[in-house]
Design a binder for this molecule. Structure first.
Ligand code: MN3
Length: 251
């Protein structure tokens, strides 16, 4: 056995215990943060929340069929596969999802990739649905607007850099904005279902650049999808996440 691989610690740390108590309700309020409540339930420890709006609500920018398939089939599959892996490794079920993703190197090797892909997929999509909405778009508001001006050169530069990162991401992946506890923003792209949570960084917002997110309407035109996506970003929800991150609750 590799001596560097630490034995998986079953007891959640004090911080996780406090978060579990204090943050659950708030996290639910800011929209489906992938906080895994590992109390055992019939379908497994993780459940798929319904879309917080109708599948057609983001038309014409994201079509209803894409939304239905994306949520009901793709996201559901990540949840189902994550539950299966967790049911076979119940010791992992004591951790929050961000904690589980941050501690992937300690997860048993036989299930590590499954948890990486499906745990990442669940976290990413739960974030994604929560920061979009109908009658949204426009310019950023509140503390997020100030942080975009301070850290990302203003909204126009931010969109340009973010869209370029999404366009350049080869194959499937995501483009994210992370925020540290001081509120500093950064744009990062990751392949597959990887998430900055795996590096202990909180995700403020992000866009899915897998073809399943846009192909029915945009075909190969990923850049057009990235440009249109800003019309469905719910800045109120992004501000709620920003405040939660600054309280240390989304990590
Ligand atoms: Mn997706």
């Amino acid at each position: 056995m590799n001596a560097k691989v630490k034995r998986f610690v079953l007891e959640p740390g004090r911080r996780e215990m406090m978060l579990a108590g204090a943050a659950g309700l708030v996290l639910a309020a800011v929209g489906a943060m992938p906080r895994v409540s590992f109390a055992q339930t019939a379908g497994g420890p993780v459940s798929l929340a319904p879309l917080p709006y109708a599948p057609e609500a983001l038309e014409p920018h994201i079509d209803a069929q894409t939304m239905s398939l994306h949520h009901d089939k793709h996201h559901q599959a990540y949840v189902t596969n994550l539950n299966k892996a967790l049911s076979e490794h119940s010791q992992l079920a004591t951790l929050t999802l961000p904690e589980l993703l941050r501690r992937l190197p300690e997860v048993p090797e036989g299930v590590r990739n499954t948890i990486r892909n499906n745990g990442g997929g669940h976290a990413n999509h739960a974030m994604f649905w929560s920061i979009m909405g109908p009658n949204a778009g426009g310019t950023p508001t509140g503390a997020v607007a100030e942080a975009i001006t301070r850290d990302l050169g203003g909204f126009e530069d931010f969109k340009k850099t973010f869209n370029a990162a999404g366009t350049k991401q080869f194959g499937s992946g995501w483009v994210f904005v992370t925020a540290d506890k001081a509120g500093k923003l950064e744009i990062v792209a990751r392949p597959n279902q990887d998430t900055p949570l795996m590096e202990g960084k909180a995700v403020l917002m992000g866009n899915d650049v897998w073809e399943h997110a846009y192909y029915l309407k945009y075909q190969n035109r990923r850049a057009d999808y990235l440009a249109a996506w800003w019309n469905v970003v719910n800045w109120k929800a992004v501000n709620d996440r920003y405040a939660a991150i600054r309280r240390g609750e989304l990590i």
